[in-house]
Design a protein around this ligand. Structure first.
Ligand SMILES: [Zn+2]
Length: 609
């Protein structure tokens, strides 16, 4: 699809749009070769959080972020992104972007630009979106040790900084695009969602998670829907927190002299002055419209009360639990690092902020890496915690800084623990896998070869092959641990499915041979539920193979775990109209724009700005 097709318009660029003169052009060469080879990164100027966050002089706080070096094609394309200039008011292409010269060099012209230029210059808006989306993609690729695909058949994701006149931003799989909207506030100023760091990181995460775990769009347990929103918020929070300038600015409220002492950095103070202050600014554009800024997520009351609270059966609210847990883990990790730094009594505010940014970056890597160890569907929050711990243990067995404890403790506050035996250590089972007729080399790329392994080892893996089973993905991963050694893995996901009437499934569950490993659970059907409705049930898992092709770990969601299937049916029943006919539990969201629906502002809600 070309840019022109994207818009279904062929109108020429409107020539009455005059490009603003910008100040202080700083050229950043991409191809500057050194003894170490070509540069791997270039710096790009971005708005650190959003235009409401100002520095001490009252100017918009800026930051330089590192973006993976790439070959740039004009007007603004890399091999994974294509920034599109569009004018939604005219429904035609917008002003031509001038960020890349004829020789393919990207030019950051905004290092010294005025606030007015940043707010009004379309070139800067394009740069801001590209820089933060690229940075988010790089965080995923570095954590997972491989290239990360989108969930559509193209290598490039369209970024549309001015996609619509509406206070919204969303990921559209059908358009293969992140669409950013803008709207006027009551003073008549345009507020652009493409200038909010957290919104860009949040939407890019939706696009990445959709590619990594397509099964999460299948109607599942309540945590599964909440995870897309919660995880996107978590990545946004940690991504913003990993910008030292922002943390330093927030720390300024603690001590204006620029020195931090032990007394200044208690948990309560950091929480109130830094974490909550940063979160307050989040989602002005998107989240604010749903009436609950991220700050409120971080202030969730401890305990497991949310599981039975009707408000937390909604996906957006459900995601808050994850944000609350990860926010607490971040504080804990930062405090641990500050403890080291402040051994001598005090340190500069800048160093204290850098420790916060490093903690955020580390935690961001941990939570992204965990995605490979999460099940392909039937996701629950316990799986995420378990996946964080397991994946971190593979890479850094020692945990010198106690990060895993910080994460476990933070999730425990919300009554989320590690499920016993959810991830099976295949390499420690008494029975050895059968490798007969098995080709290790093919296993790294061939789904049929992996299926053969599953076929030969169904008992070991606890999979019933009498139900529809398919290998969904094979993803090799190469990462470097803190000791400098390479950890090589291949992550395989498979999915099982069964469609039948609720009555047939309930009957099936009565047969002990059709229950997972001797369980006594049966399918519980909610009272009064129409048993003639057809229900799609799912199981599946992720198998982690080591560099020799031996299975190490198996994250398993058994198809015939009737306790879990009962919980899912109860949740689906809440959403099913009494008059429903046909099938439930199998339809995906209307292909294309699940997130537009999630983020669409409520038209009946009062305008916030
Ligand atoms: Zn979202």
């Amino acid at each position: 699809m070309t840019t022109a097709e994207f818009f279904e318009h062929t109108a020429p660029v409107a020539d009455e749009i005059v490009d603003e003169i910008v100040s202080d052009e700083t050229e950043v060469p991409v191809d500057e070769a050194s003894a170490l080879g070509p540069a791997r990164h270039i710096d790009m100027t971005v708005i650190a959080q959003d235009p409401t966050v100002k520095d001490e002089k009252g100017r918009i706080l800026r930051a330089k972020v590192r973006v993976a070096a790439d070959r740039f094609l004009p007007p603004l394309q890399t091999h994974r992104f294509h920034v599109v200039s569009f004018d939604p008011e005219k429904g035609a292409p917008g002003p031509e972007l001038k960020l890349v010269d004829d020789t393919g060099r990207f030019r950051d012209r905004f290092a010294g630009s005025s606030d007015r230029v940043l707010l009004r210059q379309h070139d800067f808006h394009a740069q801001n979106v590209l820089a933060i989306a690229s940075r988010t993609l790089s965080a995923f690729e570095a954590a997972l040790g491989r290239r990360v695909p989108w969930d559509f058949e193209s290598h490039q994701l369209y970024l549309v900084p001015h996609g619509e006149v509406r206070a919204n931003a969303y990921y559209s799989s059908a358009k293969r695009a992140l669409i950013f909207g803008y709207a006027e506030n009551k003073d008549g100023d345009k507020i652009y969602s493409c200038l909010s760091h957290d919104v860009i990181a949040h939407e890019t995460t939706h696009a990445l998670l959709a590619g990594l775990r397509p099964g999460y769009f299948t109607p599942g347990l309540p945590d599964q829907g909440g995870f897309h929103e919660g995880f996107a918020d978590v990545v946004a929070l940690l991504s913003v927190f990993a910008v030292p300038a922002l943390v330093e600015q927030a720390l300024g409220a603690i001590d204006r002299r620029g020195v931090v002492t032990r007394r200044d950095v208690t948990r309560a103070k950091l929480r109130r002055s830094v974490l909550l202050q940063l979160a307050e600014q989040f989602g002005e554009v998107v989240h604010g419209r749903r009436g609950r800024p991220l700050r409120e997520s971080l202030e969730m009351k401890p305990g497991g009360w949310w599981r039975t609270n009707p408000r937390f059966r909604q996906v957006h609210n459900r995601g808050e639990v994850l944000v609350a847990a990860v926010g607490n883990a971040l504080l804990d990790m930062w405090l641990g690092r500050l403890d080291e730094l402040l051994k001598t009594g005090s340190a500069s505010r800048r160093l204290a902020a850098e420790e916060g940014a490093k903690a955020a970056e580390h935690l961001l890597t941990m939570v992204i890496r965990a995605i490979d160890y999460c099940p392909p569907l039937e996701f629950e929050y316990e799986d995420f915690l378990d996946a964080i711990i397991w994946s971190d243990e593979q890479l850094s067995p020692d945990d010198d800084h106690g990060y895993r404890k910080s994460v476990r403790d933070a999730f425990a506050v919300y009554d989320i623990g590690r499920p016993p035996q959810q991830i099976v250590e295949v390499s420690k089972l008494p029975v050895r896998p059968n490798y007969e007729r098995f080709n290790f080399a093919a296993m790294r790329s061939d789904r049929d070869e992996v299926f053969r392994f599953v076929w030969e080892n169904d008992e070991l893996l606890g999979i019933s092959l009498q139900f529809q089973t398919g290998v969904e993905s094979i993803r090799p991963s190469i990462r470097v641990g803190p000791d400098g050694f390479v950890v090589q893995e291949t992550v395989v996901t498979y999915v099982q499915q069964l469609d039948a009437t609720v009555a047939e499934l309930a009957e099936l569950s009565q047969d002990p041979d059709h229950r997972y490993r001797g369980s006594s659970d049966v399918l519980e059907v909610p009272a009064g539920f129409d048993q003639e409705l057809r229900l799609g049930i799912y199981g599946g898992g992720a198998i982690i193979f080591d560099q020799f092709g031996r299975p190490k770990l198996h994250q398993h969601k058994p198809l015939l775990d009737w306790k879990r299937q009962s919980a899912r049916l109860a949740f689906l029943a809440e959403k099913t109209e009494p008059s429903a006919t046909g099938s439930i539990g199998t339809q995906r969201y209307a292909r294309g724009e699940p997130f537009a629906a999630l983020h669409r502002p409520d038209p009946f809600q009062d305008e916030r700005w």
